[in-house]
Design a protein around this ligand. Structure first.
Ligand code: ADP
Ligand code: MG
Ligand code: MG
Length: 888
């Protein structure tokens, strides 16, 4: 196949002659390329060079892995320009120009391709370099490095062969240090390296510098599709990039003696955010030596002792860079014979804590304004400030034994507990335990609450364990497949090793990793800066933030985090524990309405007290209470022992209990007898719950506590379901009011969840019966995709790997599918009722991307677990600011 010429502009020069790339963006020039151009254009000392655009990489693959025909002509023109600017010549025997070849995509991808330094050296120009520098040793050291790097990176020769040859030379020179090998030894080494090169490639080391350059450029393009690069993009969810750019840059030498060196630094401290230069440098070193860990670098604070002028210049450059980018930078620099050069700058990665501090400091320093500060902090990173975490240095050294999903962030250390009862019992005695289960069920909540952390071997990000744990801010790793659990024997096996109740685990809910032993943790700390940032966020957001909470403690915590109401209070969580469990079981297993009502009467005081507690904690903020939702079989005992106990209590035969439990069996419980369907069959359940709500509201009113209850009817699919249950609800409210002789107003809204696709489709009809809609996006996603949210983990990894889905739709709302239903229901609902209140209460309410969608479709609020309230506040502000920008 003949080579085809590429269409557009291929290369962009940066230097004193001209700087072409300025302002063209990293999508075209890669992050490294665009910043080299920017730094050059603001007058910083950058060795000149040129960037081959990412489009050329795309054409390389488009042309069947061939460089465009006109590329090397263009490259040659640029090299001539470099020669002219620097007064050196490529391949010259007097004063040769050398270059580095550096990869650089729009997104930084560590380890994609090793940089090749000193390119342009051959037998002739090495001699030239020796003459020009008066340093023969330096010249042959550079040449042997080039043959090694080029052979390794471009031609794939195993590095070992070169090392082996070097060892021989060192022995010959009677030293074991590279730096002690004299010029003669290095000269010999270059000959040996060339022989190795020839032996493994079948051709001589290219003496033509242009040939070297062509091959190196092609190697960079090839590295874009190398396994490790593809894998990295997959893991980091990096999509839609054309390819990598290639930077060809004239060399400067940090290894020319003790007046030279190289370093890396952050313009501010990346872990704390402190406004203090933070870096390391090495004297007489080149390239990757600092990060390679061969020699121990010194902190940059020591630099003034070595070269005061260069340090002062570096500090000035730091300020210039921060003023230009208005951002914390991560830089690479080299000092050649006392003269400072900048080789790279980019936005510095930082912890959540540092992000908050830097944003606030930069407002104070007038580098950025408040909206920019609000936009700068990744909302999801706030989690790091709210929960305890493992000390990074300790975690790095820990022995990791398994990996699951980061289901609920935080850090937990404890000994294994194999049942919920054990977990509870042992923690009451003061032991720290990790509850380890195949999966959890509502029966386990007591034990889950008692445990320091939860580890499951199956289940996804919205499995029971994950949802419940997130609600409490309890650390949870879910779906760690390598963990094989034998709960009966109280043993777990991981990769052949067996663990028991005495085993200590540390689980990292932020990464999904599991480690052996006790790893040191650090507590969360909320700073004044955090509060400042949240205050700004509250000024810019237009959506309200509510929380999902079902206990007074959670409600209180959520209010402290800034929740403006409860968007979802799940009443089923109130049916667990002691007498409550007994009563609900009795109710479910009763055979007639009379006994059911008797059992419900026992539950009433508990529910009422719970509501009083929650209303009191919320101090007049709205509280949305969902009527009983899950299928009834979730509440009854399935094991023989439990059934026997229950039989004794109820005065029935165990066989009777067993057969009633069995009669509750459903093939698809999530599509079965649950939600509003329960209240259709057993209206007395609704009556009891509504009564509890109204009685609690009245009692609070009498105590001068403001209340705003909102009764939410779940899983509605037709208008008639809702109208029937609404009437029942209203009747009960009136009845209780009359009983309690309430004269004044008692505001109670009645609304529904939109979680069945049919409800979204007929939202205009349903709205006639509803005061509010709350999108239950967990079920809505489940039913729109037809994915069981409890079983998705068996195939989701394949879907993600093959790009069928880009994210778990239970974590981040599927905007183009499920989102259409939400948007449509909003429009249709408000067509019927202009002031219909709209909110969302699925797990998506705490996901920044989903929050942005909610803002854009005009929801009044999002509701999420207490620990995600600050995240949602910030995300809502960012959504509002971005929408405002887009309008302008
Ligand atoms: P990475 O993307 O892995 O950081 P770089 O392309 O930045 O790779 O190169 C690694 C190191 O090589 C740089 O930090 C710098 O020290 C050195 N280097 C690259 N180009 C040059 C050059 N033209 N002159 C001197 N050193 C260079
Ligand atoms: Mg670099
Ligand atoms: Mg639901």
């Amino acid at each position: 196949m003949a080579k085809k010429p590429a269409s557009g502009k291929l290369t962009y020069y940066f230097g004193k002659t001209k700087t072409e790339g300025k302002g063209l963006g990293k999508i075209l020039l890669g992050g490294k390329g665009i910043n080299l151009a920017e730094m050059t254009s603001i007058g910083l000392p950058v060795p000149p060079g040129f960037t081959i655009s990412t489009e050329v990489c795309a054409e390389y693959y488009g042309f069947g892995k061939k460089l465009p025909a006109n590329l090397m002509d263009d490259v040659t023109k640029n090299v001539r320009m470099l020669e002219k600017e620097l007064g050196k010549k490529f391949g010259d025997n007097q004063n040769p120009l050398l270059v580095s070849v550096r990869s650089g995509a729009a997104v930084s991808m560590p380890g994609m391709m090793n940089t090749i330094l000193n390119l342009g050296l051959n037998d002739v120009s090495t001699a030239g370099l020796a003459t020009a520098t008066g340093n023969e040793r330096f010249a042959y050291d550079a040449y042997r490095r080039l043959i090694n790097m080029f052979g390794d990176v471009v031609m794939g020769i195993d590095h070992e062969h070169f090392e082996h040859a070097f060892d021989k030379i060192k022995k010959m020179c009677k030293t074991d240090m590279d730096t002690k090998v004299p010029a003669e030894g290095l000269k010999q080494l270059c000959e040996d390296y060339k022989a190795i090169y020839k032996k493994h490639t079948g051709e001589a080391f290219p003496q033509d510098p242009m040939k070297q350059l062509e091959k190196a450029i092609e190697a960079v393009f090839k590295s874009w599709m190398a396994n490790k690069a593809v894998k990295y993009r997959e893991i980091e969810n990096i999509r839609g990039l054309a390819g990598t750019a290639v930077n060809v840059q004239s060399m400067v030498y940090g290894n020319m003696g003790d007046d030279s060196g190289t370093g890396v630094a952050f313009t501010r401290n990346p872990s704390t955010g402190e406004n203090k230069f933070f870096g390391e440098f090495l004297i007489n070193a080149q390239g990757e030596d600092v990060v390679a860990g061969i020699r121990t670098p010194q902190p940059t604070e020591e630099m003034p002792k070595w070269n005061k002028a260069a340090y002062k210049q570096l500090m000035e450059i730091k300020d210039t860079l921060e003023k230009h980018y208005r951002e914390m930078q991560d830089i690479e620099f080299t000092i050649e014979k006392g003269k400072l050069y900048m080789l790279q700058t980019r936005t510095g990665k930082r912890t959540g804590m540092a992000a908050v501090k830097i944003a606030c400091d930069m407002v104070k320093e007038k580098l950025i304004d408040e909206p920019t500060a609000v936009l700068r902090v990744p909302a999801g990173d706030l989690t790091q400030l709210l929960l305890p975490s493992f000390k990074p240095s300790a975690w790095e050294k820990a022995t990791k034994i398994a990996r699951g999903l980061p289901a609920s962030p935080g850090a937990a250390v404890g000994r294994l507990a194999f049942t919920a009862e054990d977990a509870k019992e042992r923690s009451v005695k003061g032991e720290k335990v990790i509850l380890i289960r195949k999966e959890t069920s509502p029966e386990d909540v007591d034990g889950m609450h008692a445990a320091a952390g939860i580890l499951t071997s199956t289940g996804g990000m919205t499995s029971h364990a994950a949802v419940v744990a997130r609600g409490w801010g309890r650390c949870c790793v879910a779906g760690a497949g390598e963990v094989k659990i034998d709960a009966k024997a109280k043993k777990a096996t991981i990769n052949g090793k067996t663990y028991n109740e005495k085993s200590l685990f540390s689980i990292n809910g932020s990464t999904g990793e599991v480690a052996e032993g006790e790893i040191e943790t650090q507590p969360a700390s909320l700073s004044g800066d955090f509060n400042k940032l949240m205050k700004w966020a509250d000024e810019y957001r237009t959506m309200k933030i509510r929380t999902n909470a079902d206990s007074p403690e959670d409600s209180e915590r959520a209010r402290e985090f800034g929740a403006q109401g409860i968007g979802l209070c799940r009443t089923e969580h109130m049916f667990f524990g002691g007498e409550r469990t007994r009563a609900i079981r009795e109710m479910i297993l009763s055979s007639d309405e009379g006994s059911r009502r008797k059992a419900l009467a026992k539950l009433l005081p508990y529910q009422r007290d719970d509501f009083i507690g929650i209303f009191t904690a919320m101090k007049g903020l709205p509280v949305t209470i969902r009527l009983l939702d899950p299928p009834l079989h979730e509440f009854v005992p399935h094991d023989e022992k439990g059934q026997k106990e229950l039989a004794t209590e109820m005065g029935l035969k165990p066989a009777e209990i067993k057969s009633r439990v069995e009669s509750l069996h459903e093939f698809n419980p999530m599509l079965g007898h649950r939600g509003c369907r329960l209240s259709i069959t057993y209206p007395e359940i609704l009556e009891m719950q509504v009564r509890a709500i109204v009685e609690a509201a009245i009692e609070c009113k009498n105590k001068k506590i403001d209340v705003l209850p909102e009764i939410m009817i779940p899983l509605v699919g037709t208008k008639t379901e809702l109208s029937l249950l609404r009437r029942k609800t209203e009747e009960t409210i009136e009845l209780v009011k009359k009983e309690k002789q309430v004269k004044g107003k008692l505001d109670i809204l009645i609304g529904t969840m939109i979680e069945v696709p049919r409800a979204a489709l007929t939202a205009d009809e349903i709205a006639t019966e509803a005061d509010f809609f709350s999108f239950g996006t967990n079920d809505l996603t489940q039913m729109t995709f037809g994915f069981s949210r409890d079983d998705i983990n068996s195939f989701l990894p394949d879907y993600l790997r093959q790009d069928i889905l880009t994210v778990d739709p239970f974590q981040s709302l599927d905007v183009s599918g499920v989102g259409q239903l939400v948007e449509m229901a909003c429009k249709k609902g408000r067509q019927t009722k202009k002031d219909l209140k709209l909110g969302i209460c699925g797990e998506h309410g705490g996901d920044p991307a989903s929050v942005e969608f909610c803002h854009n479709v005009g929801l009044d609020y999002v509701s999420c677990s207490p620990f995600r309230v600050p995240i949602a506040r910030l995300a809502a502000a960012q959504a509002a600011l971005r929408a405002r920008k887009a309008k302008k």
